[in-house]
Design a protein around this ligand. Structure first.
Ligand SMILES: [Mn+2]
Length: 425
């Protein structure tokens, strides 16, 4: 088995009860319409435990005291389907590649589970995959027997894996850095090319193209390309509108590399020059972002990051005076968290507080985003119209190191001067 998979499994085995099994379903095909699928993307926990990126697979672990057995279950061999869809690897080939020490065909799954259910009383599975696991167990648990075998407890494995996934290994960091480097290139291409584009979707298509040309197989999430007033909508998705030539364009987009996400936001003026009002707001967000990044180091609480962003932006907005004769405060302009975990998932499902409900404390190996933003929608009628439809977010991906931090997405330009230089060169 691949060494890094083995380590992850050992750590998981240490965190579960002494006589228990873990069932993790892989992703299946998801229909987009009729018989057309969405692109296949492996379930992150499953990929974490196996690095196996094929559909309709299962991952199982049984622990009895010190004995730990791991079985990967792959699709059955089926010459008729394989003629259409391509050859499937045999269990022997999958073992040889190091995804697991033991691999079985799908048809052998129910008999194996029946056996295991009679041996250990506790079943862990990711509760978010309840439907798949329940369907499998319904097939396996035999009610016709007068004394049916029933697990004594069902427990959620997701929080255990989430806590493990907080700490990224050197290889994982390498993948995330590479994802950031590709995304940085793509963001800069958008800045260079926007003068030849008329619509938001042309930029989102260009972003995807640069990433895919560089070998990335997936975006980490649907790109947000929001021009003018649209930039004030946090998760603006449609990307259909014409680009407002005098407005800002906010692009929140990132690709995946080897299953790991990048998540970068840049905001730039469609016409290549920030207006003085756009400059005012941009500079405040940039200073807040730098202040938060400067704060990142081992021992700092997750909640301190948001407080710092709030503090710097409140001060900046106060100095600017745009809220002084209004009923608004900073919460009307900045209404999302400044950070989230990043990893295999763009919002990596790692814990935000410890077992005593205290905010998590940053430690080396953790990766977070730092993404303050200010959004002055034209719906905020009491603010001077000169500042309306200015939405700015600046987001980078930051690794916590022993010494402090390392910005994985540092290749992507973000000062006013460097953005204007790139756009006008
Ligand atoms: Mn983000």
């Amino acid at each position: 088995m691949l060494q890094h998979i083995k380590k992850r499994i050992e750590s998981l085995a240490q965190s579960i009860e002494h006589r228990a099994m873990v069932i993790v379903p892989g992703a299946g095909y998801v229909y987009r319409n009729l018989d057309v699928d969405f692109p296949f993307r492996q379930f992150s926990d499953f990929a974490y435990l196996s690095e196996w990126y094929y559909p309709e697979s299962w991952w199982l672990l049984k622990k009895e005291g010190d004995a730990v057995q791991v079985v990967l279950c792959c699709q059955d061999s089926d010459p008729a389907i394989e003629r259409w869809e391509g050859k499937r690897l045999t269990p022997e080939a999958i073992v040889a590649l190091g995804h697991a020490d033991e691999v079985i065909y799908r048809q052998a799954l129910e008999p194996l589970l029946k056996q295991w259910l009679s041996e250990v009383p506790t079943v862990y599975f990711p509760f978010e995959k309840k439907t798949q696991v329940e369907a499998l167990l319904t097939d396996v648990l035999d009610d016709s027997n007068r004394r049916p075998v029933r697990p004594r407890a069902y427990l959620d494995v997701s929080p255990i894996l989430g806590a493990q996934r907080l700490y990224k290994s050197e290889d994982e960091i390498k993948h995330m850095r590479h994802a950031c480097q590709i995304s940085a290139k793509a963001h800069e291409s958008l800045m260079r090319q926007v003068k030849h584009k008329t619509h938001e979707y042309q930029l989102s298509s260009l972003f995807r193209d640069v990433c895919f040309q560089a070998g990335s197989e997936h975006l980490a999430y649907e790109s947000i390309v929001a021009s003018g007033e649209n930039a004030c909508t946090l998760h603006y998705r449609t990307c259909r509108d014409a680009i407002d030539p005098n407005g800002l364009i906010l692009v929140d987009a990132g690709c995946e590399w080897q299953g790991y996400a990048s998540d970068i936001t840049r905001t730039f003026p469609a016409n290549g020059r920030f207006s003085s009002e756009q400059r005012d707001i941009y500079q405040i967000v940039l200073e807040a972002q730098q202040a938060v990044i400067d704060l990142v180091k081992p021992g700092v609480g997750f909640d301190a990051l948001h407080r710092k962003a709030n503090e710097v932006m409140s001060q900046g907005i106060q100095n600017l005076g745009i809220l002084s004769s209004t009923s608004y405060d900073i919460k009307d302009l900045f209404f999302h968290g400044v950070s989230h975990w990043l990893g295999r998932d763009v919002h990596d499902p790692c814990p935000y507080s410890d077992q005593e409900s205290h905010p998590m404390v940053l430690q080396p190996g953790m990766v977070i985003t730092v993404e303050p933003g200010l959004y002055i929608s034209n719906q905020l009628k009491e603010i001077s119209p000169d500042y309306h439809s200015i939405g700015v977010r600046i987001e980078d991906d930051v690794l916590v190191t022993e010494q402090g931090s390392d910005v994985l997405s540092k290749d992507c330009c973000k000062t006013i001067d460097t953005i204007e230089d790139i756009m006008n060169s």
